[in-house]
Ligand binder design. Sequence first.
Ligand code: AMP
Ligand code: TRP
Length: 360
Amino acid sequence: MTEGVHTSPTFTPRVFSGIQPTGNLHLGNYLGALKRFADSQNDGMQSIYCMVDLHAITTWQDPADLRHATRELCAGFIASGLDPERSILFNQSQVPEHAQLAWVFNCVARMGWMQRMTQFKDKAGKNTQNVSLGLFGYPALMAADILAYHATHVPVGEDQKQHLELTRDIAIKFNNDYGVEFFPITEPVIEGVATRVMSLRDGAKKMSKSDPSDMSRINLTDDADTIAKKIRKAKTDPEPLPDSVEGLEDRPEARNLVNIYAALADSTPEAVIADHAGQQFGTFKPSLADLAVAKLAPISAEMSRLMQDTSEIDAILRRGAEQARAIAAPILVRTYEIIGMVGAGHNHAPEVSDEYRFWE
Ligand code: AMP
Ligand code: TRP
């Protein structure tokens, strides 16, 4: 890898992250992503958050479900404290530069790099011949999402680390191939006690929207009774809480509940243990349930309020897309110039008036 490319001083710090609108937003998404995004609005960096609908269709999505999930995800962002006046919120397909830059990166990334991606291997399983080509190329689109904004910081969960390394490789190869220092070498931001919230039924598995058991996760749309019930029934062991975090080492379920408590309370596992050492789960679980309901019920209520009139959400996404495009469009034009495309600066879509709808 080339020395010197890594720390070009010309890039203004900018945060970008994305979440797929595929439904079932859960506590892991909230603590690992949404809450951290909202908290980092105070860090003074420009921040851009994207509902990545083009990524979602790498596996089959029912169109009506996709529309609903995109709006609900936007509601989840806002209800978690993301302020559309301070952060740019939009859905990916409204900014065509993502797909355009992804094509360029498809021609930069190498087959061998893609074949190493563990998420592809996990998702495709034995079925590699029958999954979509888009699922294989997914990380090039993700690199385009990030680099279309010259984003320098990308907050994600642990599971996305390899994709961010690939994003760096694409930026480095592009810069080398064309003899420029055009794309920044992005830093992953993977921090906090909740980068991996585990299933409530199995402390060795990540809390996930695809787990068949609804009892394994707390959904952001769950009501107070459901939240309390799921915590009461969460798998634990018969021991009381230890008096130090080291005592949690071989107790994944207990550790998970302590971590969730700490993340919800903006505290640390050490402080939670200091307050609850020696407690039985019969005592600790109700405190955790009260805390979870206090923090999550207002989010769930605000999400359903926002979902009652989706025109407000659509307007936020529209305006966010315009702001996003104002950043991404010139970066794509410059990319096209660098690689030798004629007419790069005239790459604007005509307004789509009703006359274009000749098929209706
Ligand atoms: P996904 O739902 O897998 O598309 O993930 C959306 C975001 O939530 C990404 O930033 C993930 O890293 C994060 N995330 C998903 N599941 C968890 C989990 N169990 N714990 C922490 N973060 C998670
Ligand atoms: N691949 C990410 C996930 O599954 C979602 C994503 C798409 C993303 N584009 C991104 C995350 C850009 C960060 C930056 O969670």
